[in-house]
Design a protein around this ligand. Structure first.
Ligand code: PHE
Length: 359
């Protein structure tokens, strides 16, 4: 009997040691310790033994059972580790490989241009500020020196919401200028921000869509002047259009929230339907700007005798059209995959001043 036990121990230990995978190991377990297994068979024999025999064989058989169970568990650990290792090797991702050959999506030109603008102004020390699309009448009009009865309210083709129980009527912001107000109310000068975002006017044709994008600029300090405005716009346009020089023309204009106000044109040439910025005999109107009106400073609790500054507002969609040669604004918002594939930008192509804005 003792010989039988030690022969079985040797055989099982050898089998367990060479089990190639978890399934083979399970088969061995069932064949040894299962109900009809070899070890269980020997244990059943204990019942027919004399008390003396049983005293000797009982512990021996239990020892065998424990030994086999331990060997099975140890082998199981080894096989599981090996299986995990094999899976890790098979599923290894080489993070140094170039990114996907066929990226599924692209960055919309408007987003790309917003990133380019933020990058340029960040290099000039501007922060990016934000405000809500759904604005109060105060931020969109009143604080910007456009009181209730002001005719400029009609110019804006405003989308109004239903007034609440107090008679307060929110508007879809008609420009990004309310972010000027929010910024001046929430932080002390010196202020240097741009505020890109969505704007809304009830207007639609080849160059106007009811939703469009603007970027606002605002600089407030003790002695900020018109020269700073011109220099900032020149630096921005040069970087944006990636040209060595731009010539600007500042034309007197009117905005209720700036005094003086000017419309800014950039020198360009039109050639077979495409525009070249930087030189030529034509002028292209690209933005509105001016020195922040004293009434606007007052509405934001700033003393006009202490602080002054400039503001500007640019249409982002228009800049994108000029830079990347698209001629119908409506296509921007049609979500036509062919258009997006053609004009979209690679997702990882983040614009940087150092790496080149548009590559
Ligand atoms: N908010 C003006 C517009 O939408 C643009 C502007 C901004 C003009 C800032 C002057 C100063 O037309």
């Amino acid at each position: 009997m003792q010989e039988q036990i030690s022969a079985l121990r040797d055989a099982l230990t050898a089998q367990i040691g060479s089990a190639a995978d978890l399934q083979a190991l399970e088969d061995i377990r069932v064949a040894a310790l299962g109900k009809k297994g070899s070890v269980s068979g020997l244990m059943k024999g204990l019942g027919g033994m004399s008390p003396e025999e049983r005293k000797e064989m009982g512990p021996a058989l239990n020892g065998l059972k424990t030994e086999v169970a331990d060997a099975l568990a140890a082998r199981k650990d080894v096989l599981e580790d090996a299986a995990l290792e094999a899976r890790l090797t098979a599923e290894r991702v080489d993070v140094t490989l170039p990114v996907m050959d066929h990226p599924a999506g692209t960055i919309h030109p408007v987003s790309q241009v917003m990133d380019e603008i933020a990058e340029i102004f960040a290099s000039l020390g501007f922060d990016v500020a934000e405000g809500p699309d759904l604005e109060s009448d105060f931020h969109n009009f009143t604080a910007l020196n456009i009181p209730e009865e002001h005719p400029a309210r009609q110019d804006h083709d405003t989308f109004y919401l239903t007034p609440d129980e107090n008679g307060d009527r929110k508007v879809l912001r008609t420009h990004t200028s309310p972010v000027q107000i929010r910024t001046m109310l929430s932080k002390k000068p010196p202020i240097r921000i741009i505020a890109p975002g969505r704007t809304y006017r009830n207007d639609s044709d080849a160059t106007h869509t009811p939703m469009f994008h603007q970027v606002e600029g605002l600089v407030i300090d003790r002695d900020t002047h018109l020269g700073h405005l011109k220099g900032t716009l020149e630096a921005f346009l040069k970087a944006f259009f990636e040209v060595d020089a731009v010539t600007l023309r500042l034309r007197p204009s009117y905005f209720p929230f700036t005094e003086p106000s000017m419309e800014v044109d950039v020198q360009c040439s039109f050639n077979e339907g495409s525009v070249k910025i930087g030189d030529g005999n034509d002028w292209l109107e690209i933005l509105g700007s001016g020195m922040v009106h004293p009434n606007v400073l007052r509405a934001c609790n700033l003393d006009p005798n202490e602080y002054q500054g400039f503001a500007f507002g640019v249409g982002i969609d228009r800049l994108a059209m000029l830079k990347y040669g698209m001629n119908d604004l409506r296509a921007f918002f049609d979500a036509d995959l062919r258009w997006l594939k053609h004009y979209g930008f690679a997702a990882l192509d983040l614009p940087t001043i150092a790496g080149g804005l548009s590559k």
